[in-house]
Design a protein around this ligand. Structure first.
Ligand code: SF4
Ligand code: SF4
Length: 659
């Protein structure tokens, strides 16, 4: 055994391997991506060599691959972010009825904030909707322990099991005892055995299966309260006296925050000389099915309970429903009573102040602390200076310097000029094309929706050219059905495929168009052009987005065609290539017109209002930040005066360069 610092996601990958997982599949999505990548890394290092690991084309494909493996008796691990479960939901809802054989664990990472998502949906709600148990870790250590327990739970009750970490659990690190990263081979699977009465979900079987699900849920709830393996996640602590009437319930990362907040409240009360009232604290680590027996022990004698959780009011609802059903007189405080944050992430300071209010301590602590600080100030002879928090400048996300998407957006705008158009974006780095000065994206919904939304817009608003942008990974994940729909129904849209040869936004994962798998195999890359033509697109053009003029020609040709057409912009993400020599501004030529800034918005180009030159006079001049510029050459084509140039070899200094 060695001690190793592991991120929550890495720890969950280790837990799955230690539990004998045989197949790991998912689709990249922050904050979950490192789980699959950790398994892939260990596989590549020969430490998990009998495990199959893959990025599937989308979440539904991943879950169905794993369900097949489960029917053959293997343990499988699925990973995605919260919205990925929407994509996989069709499979999940049905496979729960069919029931699993080899343990099937879904790690679905929620994103309170949200930090990198379109929604703040709560997977605990989804679990209840799908009637699938969900475990909700407060720390990386709990995430590790829960993944291990989840496999046993899955096989014991023949159910898929969801583990739902949130961003801070996924990305926080802790020390773990790991088995020198060598993992025993998974147990050999029994193989698939034909059983049409079980594995085929006819309506009659669905009716029976629904009953089986309804029977196993209370059994699991009981296990969550009474069996040490799960009860450890539903810990109850009584503090400051034996007969509390106040209770505090928390789940997920908020349970860790609440423990810390309670420590702060204790310290503040002690410093103020105020007695803490007795209270009871409970973490609910198994929110569905609700651990009723453990909750009964927690609620015994309580009159008021404050519920702290992120995203939805899941525990609050469950506690109120439990109290109503059991005729327990309990007032539940939380999001629905405006006593807890109703969106975004919680933090320790905010929870501490809410707990002080809930326990009736706020006024007393504040008063005592003010009295004592006034006393100290009088003794010291001067008031303590007020400390105001520093305010950080807001930095909106932008496309990277040299990002090829910038050239594609610019070419489309230049080709369209005054042609009325609506531009449907999609999920990926290129959503950032919405920002000034490009302003090239008008809508963004969910994976693949740009292509189909453009079709709806073309029907109802034919006076505007309907443009859809889609990245290469999203194209394969969710774009292809929309292509077939456009051709089949004859919709007049132009699809701009922004092919940067990777899944850039989530950390450069491969996809079917790259031809490289996570197992290190090289297969024939799927051709985007072939997929487009196979789906009925008869006009498909290619363009290099960093070549302005030819890109504009390609876009014009595609847009002029009435019917489904496409431009495939091909240029690799800057994370995949070596940067070229940074460009420079020729100070003799720059006029200070700012067109390089107002047209493409590359963050490597700034404006120095104090710079002077023959042509700019005292208007100021553009300057290139050589540390940011990757030499993509786009701005040299945009400057109308050819004032931005590639320096002669060995002379990267700014100014004096011949055009
Ligand atoms: S570099 Fe060119 S586009 Fe930029 S301010 Fe100077 S003249 Fe204008
Ligand atoms: S060449 Fe111009 S557009 Fe490209 S990264 Fe450098 S400054 Fe930006």
């Amino acid at each position: 055994m060695t001690k190793k610092l592991l991120m929550g996601n890495e720890a969950m990958a280790h837990a799955a391997l230690e539990a004998g997982v045989r197949v790991v599949a998912g689709y990249p999505g922050t904050p979950s991506s490192e789980i699959v990548e950790t398994v892939a890394r260990l596989h590549a290092a020969g430490k998990a060599h009998d495990v199959h690991v893959e990025w599937s084309t989308n979440e539904k494909a991943a879950l169905e691959v794993l369900f097949g493996a489960s029917l053959a008796g293997a343990r499988g691990l699925f990973t995605c972010k919260q919205m990925g479960l929407n994509v996989a939901s069709d499979a999940l809802m049905s496979l729960n009825y069919v029931s699993v054989r080899g343990g099937l664990v879904l790690v679905v990472a929620d994103d309170p904030g949200p930090i990198s998502s379109q929604t703040e949906q709560d997977t605990r709600r989804f679990a209840a909707f799908a009637k699938v148990p969900v475990l909700d870790p407060a720390t990386p250590e709990q995430a590790y322990a829960m993944v291990k327990e989840a496999f046993d739970l899955s096989e014991r009750f023949h159910t898929p099991v969801i583990v739902r970490p949130t961003t801070r659990v996924d990305h926080a690190s802790a020390f773990f005892d790991v088995q020198d990263e060598t993992f025993a081979l998974p147990a050999p699977e029994a193989g698939f055995e034909r059983d049409v009465s079980t594995w085929i979900i006819f309506p009659r079987r669905a009716y029976e299966a629904h009953g089986e699900i309804n029977e196993r849920l209370p059994q699991m709830a009981h296990a969550f309260s009474t069996e040490a393996a799960f009860a450890q996640f539903n810990e109850v602590i009584t503090a400051c006296g034996d007969t509390p009437t106040f209770g505090i319930m928390a789940g997920g990362i908020s349970a860790a925050y609440t423990r810390e907040a309670l420590r702060m409240v204790h310290q503040r009360a002690e410093a103020a000389g105020v007695d803490m009232p007795p209270y009871r604290f409970m973490q609910v680590g198994t929110p569905y099915p609700f651990p009723a027996d453990a909750v009964a022990a927690f609620a015994d004698g309580l009159g008021d309970v404050l519920v702290i959780e992120e995203l939805d009011y899941v525990l609050e609802d469950a506690l109120a429903a439990w109290a109503g059903r059991n005729r327990v007189s309990l007032t539940v405080h939380g999001k629905l009573t405006d006593e807890a944050r109703d969106r975004g992430e919680n933090d320790v300071d905010d929870i501490a102040s809410r707990i002080e209010r809930f326990l009736g301590l706020s006024g007393r602590i504040r008063l005592r602390l003010r009295e004592s600080s006034e006393g100290e100030s009088e003794q010291a002879g001067s008031p303590a200076p007020a400390v105001s928090p520093e305010t950080l400048p807001v930095r909106p996300p932008v496309l990277c310097p040299g990002c090829p998407h910038r050239g594609a957006f610019y070419a489309v705008k230049q080709a369209l000029r005054k042609t009325p158009a609506v531009m449907c974006g999609d999920i990926g780095c290129y959503t950032l094309g919405n920002a000034k000065p490009l302003e090239a994206i008008d809508t963004c919904l969910c994976m693949g929706a740009g292509i189909t939304m453009a079709q709806g817009l073309s029907i109802v608003d034919p006076g505007k050219k309907a443009i859809a942008y889609v990245g290469d990974s999203t194209f394969f994940a969710s774009g292809m059905t929309g292509l077939a729909n456009a051709a089949y129904n004859g919709h007049d849209i132009t699809v701009m495929v922004l092919d940067n040869a990777t899944t850039a936004m989530t950390g450069s994962q491969p996809h079917p168009g790259t031809g490289i798998t996570l197992m290190g195999d090289r297969n024939q890359p799927l051709s985007i052009e072939a997929v487009l033509t196979a789906n009925g697109f008869t006009r498909v053009y290619h363009a290099d987005p960093l070549d302005k003029d030819s890109s504009i020609v390609a876009v014009k040709a595609a847009v002029e065609f009435e019917g489904p057409s496409a431009v495939i912009f091909e240029s690799p993400c800057i994370q995949l290539i070596k940067p070229k020599v940074p460009v420079v501004v020729n100070t003799e030529i720059c006029t200070g017109c700012k067109k390089c800034i107002t047209e493409i918005g590359c963050p490597a180009i700034a404006f120095d209002p104090s710079a002077q030159g023959m042509r700019s006079g005292d208007r100021g001049q553009a300057v290139i930040d050589a540390a940011l510029c990757n030499g993509c050459d786009l701005c040299t084509q945009v400057c109308p005066f050819k004032a931005i140039v590639v320096p002669l070899s060995g002379s990267p200094a700014e100014g004096g360069q011949d055009a």
